[in-house]
Design a protein around this ligand. Structure first.
Ligand SMILES: *Cc1c(COP(=O)(O)O)cnc(C)c1O
Length: 452
């Protein structure tokens, strides 16, 4: 990956290095950074090398191919081993359906992959700088938890996580405020928008930018997408090794991705560009149906957010839409982008009612507990199979984006039982929960950042 461009820079005028894209996060024109070109593996790789690779080695190989010498091999290998230090196993529901469990990291959600890799990269790019790097992030819960876990203990970096008072669950708060050391939790007396506004105004404050080295850790950072490419390859490897697919491609392969900002789905599209033989993608959304409406009508119209039980996907203006459009924009015919996207992607909006039904059915039938987000993905896959009976034999993989325990406030009343805390929750070495409390006022945040 030699050069990256903004999604809004159609003529590729202002290219930046990978380091710059990672440290800046967002392009100066408000667009998202995308690689100029995505390299691909030849078919021998899939039949010969891939089947015997351990996940961290596979992740390294994918990263090294994408980054194409941008980072020295040994350094990259070290970072991958530190970031991707937990597995992504497939759980088979039946012969044709499985879920890819992406929740075995410290914050129990797939966001650990991206956040941990981004943290390693930022610490690496900051290694020779004489000033500490300050990361400022606003969260409604999940992102903050993954960022806190990913950056905890990294040298030369301090992190401030702003979260809205009373709007995150006690468990999420513990995952943000329980680390200590270089992770500072800031509880804001306001809502998520207040937190985001504070972060934005801090970034444009002269005083602050003169005194501290700043960056954000938000979800549109290109480094997070790269780490999410890894596990699509890992899923394919497991399917190959259990005989569920073969390299001849006779059995169709479909990934269903529970989607909010569509970063996870975009990473899957990158994996396919790299040669991963995926036949179709399905984007499951909750009632926030901007993307499924686009697939059906060709009209992309951001809408106010609707609250649902799969709240990490309550997004009314999916930020990665620009990246998806860029991947499929037809160079020739006007309007062809929509057709190109529709040919590779199906999308369904799943109601809370359907989500609950899906959870209950799988709990009773398969003795497997889905979190609400994963259930949206599975229901979307089933809807697609119903609409496309010729695809009944396709292998369907649903990305399981969160551990059910994370959403026990939804699941416990539904099932009428209490969920046991998973291993990671207790393995988080929590000394005590500690946070700062501020009103949504830039002056107070400034004091904190300059005093700390
Ligand atoms: C963030 C999140 C999603 C949505 O992922 P996107 O990449 O934003 O589409 C889905 N499920 C869970 C549990 C999440 O935390």
């Amino acid at each position: 990956m030699t050069t990256l461009y903004s999604t809004r820079d159609k003529r590729h005028t202002f290219g930046v290095s990978f380091e710059e894209a990672v440290m800046k996060g967002l392009a100066p024109d408000g667009g998202l950074f995308v690689p100029e070109y995505i390299p691909s593996f030849d078919s021998n790789f899939f039949s010969e090398a891939l089947p015997t690779m351990e996940f961290p080695d596979l992740a390294y190989t994918v990263a090294a191919t994408l980054l194409d010498g941008t980072i020295p091999e040994d350094d990259l290998d070290k970072m991958i081993k530190l970031a991707i230090n937990f597995p992504a196993p497939l759980h088979y529901l039946d012969y044709r359906h499985s879920v890819l469990e992406l929740f075995h990291g410290p914050s129990l959600a797939f966001k650990d992959f991206g956040a941990r890799f981004m943290a390693q990269l930022m610490s690496y790019f900051n290694r020779d700088k004489d000033r500490e790097l300050t990361i400022l992030v606003a969260t409604s819960g999940d992102t903050g938890a993954a960022v806190a876990a990913g950056f905890h203990g990294l040298p030369g970096i301090r992190v401030f996580v702003l979260y809205p008072e009373g709007k995150v669950s006690p468990f999420q708060e513990l995952q943000i405020a329980g680390w200590g050391d270089n992770i500072h939790a800031v509880k804001v007396a306001g809502d998520f928008d207040d937190c985001q506004r504070l972060v934005k105004s801090a970034f444009s404050d002269e005083d602050l930018s003169q005194n501290i080295r700043f960056t954000s850790a938000n979800s549109i950072n290109i480094s997070r997408l790269l780490a999410q490419v890894f596990y699509y390859f890992e899923a394919y490897k497991q399917l190959l090794n259990t005989g569920r697919v073969s390299t001849t491609g006779k059995t169709k392969l479909v990934f269903s991705v529970p989607s909010g900002n569509f970063g996870n789905l975009t990473a899957g599209l990158y994996a396919r560009q790299m040669g991963l033989p995926v036949d179709h993608f399905i984007a499951g959304t909750n009632a926030n149906a901007v993307f499924p409406v686009y697939i059906n009508s060709g009209i992309f119209k951001p809408a106010p957010t609707i609250a649902t039980i799969s709240n990490a996907m309550d997004v009314g203006n999916p930020s990665n839409f620009e990246r998806i459009q860029g991947l499929y924009s037809g160079k020739d015919v006007e309007g062809s982008t929509w057709n190109n996207i529709r040919a590779s992607l199906g999308s369904y909006s799943i109601s809370d009612e359907e989500t609950r039904r899906c959870i209950l059915e799988r709990y009773a039938g398969n003795d497997y507990l889905l979190d609400p987000h994963t259930a949206v993905g599975l229901f979307a896959l089933e809807s697609w199979k119903t609409e496309n009976p010729e695809m009944a034999n396709a292998q369907g993989v649903v990305l399981a984006t969160a551990h059910p325990y994370k959403f026990r406030e939804v699941l416990e009343p539904l099932l009428g039982t209490t969920l046991a805390s998973p291993f990671q929750a207790s393995a988080m070495q929590i000394v005590e929960e500690k946070h700062f409390s501020i009103a949504p006022d830039l002056e107070l945040l400034k004091k904190l950042l300059l005093w700390q």
